[in-house]
Every structure is written in structure tokens, then in C-alpha cells.
Design a protein around this ligand. Sequence first.
Ligand code: AHM
Ligand code: MG
Length: 339
Amino acid sequence: MVFRFMTLERHIIDAERLHPEATGELSKLLSDLAIAIKVISLQVNKAGLVDILGMTGDKNVHGESVRKLDMFAHDMVFRAIDHGGHLCIMASEEEEDIIHIPTDFKIGKYVLLFDPMDGSSNIDVNISIGTIFSIYRRVSPDGTPGTMEDCLQQGLEQIAAGYVVYGSSTMLVYTTGHGVHGFTLDPALGEFILSHEDMQIPQKGKIYSINEGNHNYWDTGLKNYIKYLQDEDSKTERPYSSRYVGSMVADIHRTLIYGGIYMYPSDSKSPKGKLRLMYECNPMSFIVEAAGGRATNGQKRILEIQPENLHQRTPIFIGSKEDVLKVEEFINNSGKTNS
Ligand code: AHM
Ligand code: MG
């Protein structure tokens, strides 16, 4: 047996070698990001030991309570990347406005959007949380400060996206659009090691994931779909199992590996859904599609939505192709719109 030991850094460099036009800048950007993630992971692991738990007392731009770990993760990503010379602009779920690169640093050609700490309601109860990131090439002229237009690009324009699950181990999953690869952090070495090469989502699963507490607010089409999943039919492997962590990263990571569907729909309480297009839905859709899955808002492919503002929300149905096609069938048959 040949012993293979592929670190994240080596993997990124090898992948860039396949593209002779590549300058190596994206590799360096991802490596900087990996450093921030290692520091966040360390902090997450000792969260119960230091005075990092609990609220900061502030509200973020969505009016939600901000926990200390959210801010720590936000600052860490910013500080690991602002001076690298690769970015022209950043935007974070924790900041209302776009984040400029300090004027004393070189301005690069990439744009970074990130959710520093997703699933933050799970921090205090030791349940998996995550970080999500999305990288675009700038559309404004090189050498000038980045603009809002650089950030508000369709998800289709992403050149890389990834997420990190801080779970029983820390895993980073990323894609540059061709192939999705997963790396597990070896805490002793401090290195991400390739553990899941070329991840492919099953075409159909047996698990659905949705906050069922919102059942009364759902449209008829969605209610019928969930009822369909719960009905017995051995040919289509129903009833499905239900799993809901309440951290999008963890729920989608499971969906990517086991197959099935994750949903955060619009409903009468949240007509636009809950999750953010730019920080959560676009990167996760880019990854799931690159693994052979599907992601829609019910009417339209998530990656084709034209963003209008940084923090806009969207309904999302994401996962195995056959499962997402099935929910679309139910939603569209109910005669209701979902966007
Ligand atoms: P957050 O970014 O404030 O943590 O919110 C996003 C999270 C997702 O990770 C998760 O899927 C969803 O909110 C859970 O919401 P709910 O508690 O309404 O089911
Ligand atoms: Mg989030």
C-alpha cells in the first residue's frame, strides 16, 4: 500500500499546477484562511474552559444576539487575510457594510465573503458549529479599492467556496468548482490532512432536515412533501429519517455524505426564509452542485439569483438531486410562489 499524506496546502498547490495561467495567489489566500480556521478551531475546542462563552451584549446587523465566539472568528479571519495582498474587499455576516482592505496594504484581485460562526445558537451546548466562505474574482478595475459591486455577484461567479465543521473533529471542505475535497484537522500536527477525496453526494438519500416547529407556517405544497416523506413505501425507501442539528454547516455536511435534503423554506412567519444568500446559501450551493447535487429556492437555482444586497435572505432546498427535484414538484404543484 502506498502511504499518502496530502496536506491542504499541498493539495491546493497541486490543483493550481493543473492551470498554467494560475499565479498561485488563490493558493496563498486559501492558506491564509486555513491559518485563521486553525486558530478558531483551537478557540472552539477550549470554549468551555475560558471566558469566551456567552453574549457580547451587542446585536448583529440582523438584530440577533452576538456571541463572543462569533466576534472572535470574524476578527480572526479579517486579521489573517487583510494584509496578504490577495483581496480587494471582504464582507462578513457579522458586519453591516463591506469591509475595506486597510490602505497601507496591497490590494489584490479577489473578494471574500464569509460567515465566521454559523449555527451560533449551538455554541453554548457543545453542538457542531461552522465557518463558511466564498471567493470571487473582482469585477472593478485592478489596483483600486474593492466595491459593493465586487461583492454582489451571482453565486455562479464563485471561483472557490468552502466550509469548516467544528464537530467531533474539525473538517474543512472546499471546492474550486471541480471536485469537492474534505480535510480533517490533525490537532497534534496542526495540519489539515486529506480525508475525503472527490466527495460525491448520493443522487437520492433517506434523510430530510428541516425545522418542523415551523410546520404551521408552511405552504401546502411543503406540508404535502413532508407528509410524503413520512409515508411508508418500500420502493422509494420511505419513510425517510428526520435529522436537524440547527447548524446549517453540520446539516449540509451530513447531507453531502449520506444524501437527502436540507431545507430552510420561506413561510408565513419568514416570507424570505432565514438564511443569507451571500454568506450561507451561495457557498453551500456551489459546493453541493460541484459534488453532483442540486440547490434551489423553489423557483430558481440558488447560484443564478441576482443579489441585491449583502445580507439578503433566501429560501433554500439543497441536497441530493432526486430529493430536490421532488420537493420542487410538490412546491410547484401547490400553485404558490416561494421567492
Ligand atoms: P446563524 O448564522 O445566526 O447561526 O443562523 C443560521 C442558522 C443555520 O446554521 C441553521 O441552519 C439555522 O440558523 C437554524 O435556524 P432555526 O433555529 O430557525 O431552525
Ligand atoms: Mg450563519
